[in-house]
Write a protein that binds this ligand. Structure first.
Ligand SMILES: Cc1cc2nc3c(=O)[nH]c(=O)nc-3n(C[C@H](O)[C@H](O)[C@H](O)COP(=O)(O)O)c2cc1C
Length: 198
């Protein structure tokens, strides 16, 4: 199996995390910057961005998520599940918060009116490329990773406390850390329903 396919096949969602002994923050930040720099985007717009939080900032972020989510969860089992998930994220090394630059996307709409109605679609696709690149790259570094969406519930905290400029849309959160659980099993649709040749 070639190394790209191997990484694609091995990558999974891991929500139960712990701290990596001698966590190398510099390596993570270089890796994520490389993904951002080299991932393709429509019109080469490079409208996707990332904020990486670690240490106390990362832990306070997940406490804030807990504080905002729990009042919305009603039954006892869901509360236990939610707490377990948030504990798992918080116990990890850090979180990548994905950002989308709305100023760049607005300027694309104005510069290319013919394609204006496609800009949001291509921005989402560009986000997917970057998020998947980061997920695969963090997996290759040995981290357990998952993709979460606590936006828009947590958006004002990210703007105000984490000082993200308002022209960035908050798109997703990717907690990562040392793997501290089992991967859940998953099913696969028969590829004959998804892959075609003529
Ligand atoms: C676009 C996208 C959005 C996702 N959003 C969430 C999410 O909000 N919360 C979550 O726990 N997992 C989320 N996931 C993870 C998927 O549930 C997971 O990738 C899928 O069940 C397959 O499992 P695997 O990642 O272990 O292969 C998302 C995945 C993708 C690609």
């Amino acid at each position: 199996m070639n190394t790209v396919i191997k990484a694609i096949a091995e990558r999974r969602s891991m929500t139960q995390l712990t701290k990596t002994p001698s966590f190398d923050k510099e390596l993570v930040s270089t890796t994520i910057k490389d993904v951002l720099k080299h991932t393709p985007s429509a019109f080469n717009s490079q409208s996707s961005g990332a904020l990486v939080i670690t240490g106390d900032v990362h832990e306070a972020f997940w406490e804030e998520v807990r504080h905002r989510v729990l009042p919305l969860v009603s039954d006892e089992k869901a509360i236990i599940r939610t707490n377990k998930k948030i504990d798992g994220f918080k116990a990890g090394d850090g979180t990548v918060i994905f950002l989308e630059n709305q100023t760049i996307n607005q300027s694309l709409r104005e510069r290319f009116p013919l394609y204006a109605s496609s800009v949001d679609l291509w921005a989402d696709q560009g986000q997917g490329f970057v998020q998947y690149g980061v997920w695969l790259a963090l997996h290759e570094l040995g981290f357990g990773v998952s993709l979460q969406h606590y936006n828009p519930l947590i958006d004002d905290y990210i703007y105000d406390k984490l000082k993200v400029e308002r022209h960035f849309k908050i798109v997703g959160q990717m907690p990562f850390g040392k793997i501290a659980g089992e991967f859940s099993s998953k099913s696969y649709i028969d590829l004959s329903q998804r892959y075609f040749e003529r």
